[in-house]
Design a protein around this ligand. Structure first.
Ligand code: PLP
Length: 460
């Protein structure tokens, strides 16, 4: 018997109240946040889909492990458990603990990068791109063609275009390629999975050219679910084994543990090569902390060690992916343009197709983000020209490839009734879409502007 209701594979032991608000309160909160929901207080938010990063609910096993943590400065038992868990997953000998993913990125990409160097990726995530560009290097996105074809139901739209990668390597010279980064799942490319076949092809090409192959493994468990589902050779594998096989292909592995390690803070850099590990360890000690804790407390490392196992639980992963798909399918049915197939951790909406009356230069994605907040207290994030836009010499906007809005779903936090509420809010969003206005940026920093930019609504 197959029941259609998604039941969460856990019961709730500890609850956290959420705050309700009226529409007029939310109008005021939004104005005070300069139309940038990153600047809202969380108690002004009803359903927080801003990010799935660091927002997971931990299990009783994780909390229990935290109580047993060893906070010794060097060689703590918590470090050993963390190191073993990461080593078991990645099969890499050198494990560097960091306080989150971008710290690992800063260490590795600063070391490998610099002026004249190139990084290639299926799509660089925002902190990845920022760290690379900050080093002076160039970050080039090479997603496959199908990634942009929203009518195709190709299951691995997160794949990297290996032919194009080959051409780029020829053009710039292998010695100028700092690294190739495969991000699984492809967060900025619609949260789409990467096939094992693609990872194998990328790995082969990198090996033949002596180029460092980095796996950004933030969502490797969710990616493993899709491989298990859609790549025949892996039907008999456990999710964990699939993830291990993927890590085995890479020279380095970066992970923000705030995603698929089911914790609120943490990350790591795992490396296969000793001289690379030595250089990175120098930077680790200078900027993060001693080698057996990096930027983490013993408690944090315990939670990661347990989370890295729990995330591969079959019941958990099925619930996780089904619940994201449920939301995505409901939106698709009511005519909201979503990226299809639905990815693992988030539903992505093509805001420029929803708001055809708002030009890209007036940030249709930011307009949708504001409208979701006003209408239902839902916080989401723009992944379009606010996040990735640049200016030409004359100050005109060079828009991003896509104008997406991401509804990122925290792990183990919301139940199906929360998701049903979000679906209802979207019915209202669709009904009132013509009244929504575009925005203008009135204040912004040089890097990662989406976090702190201030906006003004345009009158029509
Ligand atoms: C979140 C994320 C990062 C950065 O990790 P932080 O822990 O936020 O610093 C890097 N890459 C990808 C794909 C991510 O999703």
């Amino acid at each position: 018997m197959h029941f259609k209701t998604i039941i969460e594979p856990f019961r709730i032991k500890s609850i956290e109240p959420i705050q309700f608000s009226t529409r007029s309160q939310r109008e005021e909160y939004l104005r005070r946040a300069h139309f940038n929901p990153f600047l809202l207080n969380s108690d002004q938010v009803l359903i927080d889909f801003l990010t799935d990063s660091g927002t997971s609910a931990m299990s009783s096993q994780q909390w229990a492990a935290m109580m047993q943590a060893d906070e010794s400065y060097a060689g703590a038992g918590s470090w050993t458990r963390f190191e073993n868990a990461v080593r078991d997953l990645t099969s890499m000998p050198y494990i560097l603990p960091t306080h989150q993913g971008r710290a690992a990125e800063r260490i590795l990409y600063n070391h490998l990068g610099g002026a004249g160097k190139y990084f290639f990726s299926n799509t660089h995530f925002d902190t990845t791109r920022a760290n690379i560009e900050f080093s002076g290097a160039k970050a080039v996105d090479l997603p496959i063609e199908e990634a942009r074809n929203f009518s195709s139901d190709f299951p691995f739209k997160g794949n990297l275009d290996v032919d194009k990668l080959g051409e780029w390597i020829e053009n710039v010279g292998a010695e100028n390629v700092a690294a190739v980064i495969l991000t699984v799942t492809n967060n900025s490319g619609g949260g789409q999975p990467v096939s094992m076949a693609n990872a194998i092809a990328v790995s082969r090409l990198c090996k033949s050219k002596n180029i460092v192959f980095v796996l950004d493994a933030c969502r490797i468990a969710e990616n493993a679910f899709f491989i298990h589902q859609n790549e025949n050779e892996y039907k008999g594998h456990t999710f964990y084994l699939i993830a291990q096989e993927m890590c085995a292909l890479a020279d380095a592995c970066i992970m923000s543990a705030k995603k698929d390690a089911l914790v609120n803070m943490g990350g790591f850099l795992a490396l296969r090569n000793k001289s690379l590990a030595d250089a990175c360890t120098q930077l680790l000690i200078i900027t993060e902390g001693y080698t057996t804790y990096g930027g983490l407390s013993g408690r944090d490392m315990e939670a990661v060690a347990v989370g890295l196992k729990e995330v591969f639980d079959a019941d958990y992963l099925k619930y996780r992916i089904r619940s994201t798909t449920y939301l995505g399918n409901a939106l698709k049915e009511m005519g909201v343009p979503v990226i299809f197939p639905i990815g693992g951790h988030a539903v992505y909406i093509e805001s420029d197709k929803l708001y055809e009356h708002i030009p890209v230069s007036e940030y249709p994605g930011q307009a949708l983000v504001c409208s979701l907040y006003r209408t239902g207290g839902i916080r989401s994030v723009e992944v379009g020209s606010v996040m990735f836009g640049k200016y030409d010499e004359k100050g005109a906007l060079i828009p991003a490839e896509m104008e997406l809005v991401r509804l990122a779903i925290p792990r183990r936090v919301y139940t199906q009734s929360h998701i049903d509420y979000v679906v209802e809010v979207f019915e209202e969003i669709v009904k009132t879409k013509k009244q929504v206005k575009g925005l203008r940026i009135i204040q912004e920093p040089a890097f990662l502007r989406h976090f702190t930019a201030h906006f003004e609504e345009l009158s029509q």
